[in-house]
Design a binder for this molecule. Structure first.
Ligand code: SAM
Length: 358
């Protein structure tokens, strides 16, 4: 019997740790759109995709994937490129860095066959991006990341934000958690990289809400499949395009998978529990450090006191030694005088005896 079609990294009798090795090679929180390679393969298999606009590139690890699958030009829109990203993109002729924020950058690029939107995860940005694409590249397939929890119904704002105040909801450094509905410093926080809206839901809030609103006027022309894994990946397919039905059908095993949805919820529950425990551990370490430094200060104060007492005793001992030395000398002197007196007395007695005898 052979295990046909299993992913790489399965443990064998000879190498039972292969799967564990593969698991620990991954970051603790998987978040990249690169994990959806098989979904992109389906998109490329059903549509002729030559030009890609990738919004929100981060390390650039995914950009090469589009070229590998057949794209001849990939425009990588990233307003804050790292040196690592520049180096990665420089290795491929098909990859072009666009060092500008979206949505403004979209209008400066040729209309693309595929847009991958994974930049600033908030209503204003995603709504403006999608409005522009629907108006200027209506035949394109659009892939969205983060359509599910936590940013599907709650805005995230990268810092410093490119948005005007009118496009931002009141926001906070605290973050959401699976374990209750309030925001908390032990939740999904940006540590300075991003802030999130203080409230979830309602109008004008979140990535999925932006997509729904942008499509609301012309719902019949588009089909949205949502893969419920790794924060939720949406694939928007224009119905009138070639092979639209085939593409949607091929995506269904992913978008309709209750197994994927359950695993995603479980992953988020476990990860936010880890965040909570990390926070608690750090707070405990802080409390411990506080106790240690208080105790060190007390020990230092006791040492000073001890030194002072020892110094006081040393003076006393020196005085006593001096007194002892003087008394010893005095005693010796008195003993010497006593001996002299005894000697004188015996001499005198002898003299008196001699006188009386003579
Ligand atoms: C979640 S990361 C992208 C991850 C990447 N797509 C991947 O799957 O590996 C979001 C990126 O969007 C970038 N970003 C933030 N605001 C943006 C904007 N207005 N336009 C384009 N990119 C933006 C951030 O600098 C960050 O690198």
């Amino acid at each position: 019997m052979s295990l046909v079609g299993t992913p790489n990294g399965i443990g064998t009798r000879a190498d039972p740790h292969a799967q564990a090795r593969e698991a620990r090679r991954q970051p603790l929180l998987l978040h990249s759109t690169g994990l959806f390679r098989e979904v992109f393969e389906i998109v490329f298999a059903h549509r002729e995709i030559r030009t890609v606009v990738e919004v929100g590139v981060e390390s650039g690890q995914v950009s090469g994937l589009y070229a590998e699958l057949g794209a001849t030009a990939v425009h990588c829109v990233e307003p804050h490129p790292t040196e690592e990203l520049r180096a990665t993109l420089a290795e491929h002729d098909a990859l072009h860095l666009v060092e500008r924020p979206s949505p403004a950058a979209l209008a400066e690029l040729p209309a693309a066959d595929l847009y991958v939107l994974d930049g600033d995860h908030n209503y204003a940005t995603v709504r403006a991006e999608l409005d522009w694409i629907l108006a200027h590249a209506p035949e394109a397939v659009v892939v969205f990341h983060d359509l599910l929890w936590p940013w599907g119904r709650r805005d995230l704002y990268y810092q410093p934000s490119q948005l005007g105040e009118e496009d931002q909801l009141p926001s906070t450094e605290d973050g959401p958690t699976i374990w209750h509905d309030e925001l908390t410093p032990t939740g999904f926080v940006g540590c300075g990289a991003f802030r999130c809206a203080e409230t979830a839901g309602g109008e004008g809030n979140g990535v999925l809400t932006a997509v729904e609103d942008a499509l609301a006027d012309d719902d019949e022309s588009w089909h949205l499949e949502l893969v419920p894994a790794v924060f939720g990946l949406g694939v928007l397919v224009p119905r009138r395009g070639t092979a639209a039905d085939g593409l949607v059908r091929a995506l269904r095993p992913y978008s309709r998978s209750s197994l994927l949805a359950a695993m995603e919820n479980n992953r988020l529950a476990l990860y936010t529990q880890v965040l909570h425990l990390q926070y608690e551990a750090a707070a405990h370490a802080d409390r411990l450090a506080g106790t240690v430094s208080t105790q060190q200060a007390e020990i230092a104060a006791l040492r000073d006191k001890l030194d002072w007492v020892i110094a006081g005793h040393a003076e006393q001992v020196a005085r006593l030694r001096e007194t002892n030395r003087r008394l010893t000398e005095q005693l010796a002197e008195e003993q010497r005088v006593g001996q002299l007196l005894r000697a004188l007395a015996s001499t005198a007695a002898a003299t008196v005896q001699r006188r009386f005898r003579s």
